[in-house]
Design a protein. Structure first.
Lengths: 112, 112
């Protein structure tokens, strides 16, 4: 699976959009981009994933650049409950491929 | 629907003791995972399983053993506990080739 690079931390004001970058310059054509978050001491929670088109769900939007070498997770209206570590993961979709590995992530702090 | 259940939630072990961390899921998922998370760090994959009777090593398997005799259960065994195994352990599962991971609430283990 391709390696990802994320900033170690970022702050965001409550009510504003939070834009979380992820660099995956070695991504290959069959690798998807996944985002998870981990609120303090809890198990990680799935947010969203995509291949090349932009995706949106009730939690967030995922913007993937045309060359697929980077992506941005957007939390449209950050709340205090969005304070968490956010993980960007790149991996293939294959029945036989079991591994699902996490990096260090970005610590996001939403302030009032 | 209970999802992924881990027991115990907390445990203190003495050096050299053994124990089994239990993980069970009721979603009929094929894939199951064990991660550890040291304070302030990301998740490290210990072992994973792609189905009953099939397991494989992750990034940090030394000092641990697993088995998968049923689809539902994926216990993690520590044979000779060491202080370096003090960590929070998370179990996770997923259904198919690319679907999202579901995590348990974690087991906090201290080895003294």
């Amino acid at each position: 699976d391709a390696k990802t690079t994320q900033p170690p931390s970022m702050d965001c004001a409550e009510g504003r959009a939070a834009n979380l970058p992820c660099n995956h310059s070695t991504i290959s054509g069959n690798e998807y981009v996944y985002w998870y978050r981990q609120i303090h001491s809890q198990g990680p929670q799935y947010i969203i994933h995509g291949l090349k088109n932009n995706e949106t769900n009730e939690m967030a939007s995922l913007i993937i650049t045309e060359d697929r070498k980077s992506s941005t997770l957007i939390l449209p209206h950050a709340t205090l409950r969005d304070t968490a570590v956010y993980y960007c993961i790149v991996r293939v979709h294959r029945w036989s491929w079991g591994k699902f590995q996490f990096g260090a992530g970005t610590q996001v702090v939403v302030t009032p | 629907n209970a999802g992924v259940t881990q027991t115990p939630k907390f445990r203190i072990l003495k050096i050299g003791q053994s124990m089994t961390l239990q993980c069970t899921q009721d979603m009929n998922h094929n894939y199951m995972y064990w991660y550890r998370q040291d304070p302030g760090m990301g998740l490290k994959l210990i072992y994973y399983s792609v189905g009953a009777g099939i397991t494989d090593k992750g990034e940090v398997p030394n000092g641990y053993n697993v088995s998968r005799s049923t689809t539902e259960d994926f216990p993690l065994r520590l044979e000779l506990a060491a202080p370096s195994q003090t960590s929070v352990y998370f179990c996770a599962s997923r259904q198919g080739r690319g679907e999202k991971l579901f995590f348990g609430s974690g087991t906090q283990l201290s080895v003294l």
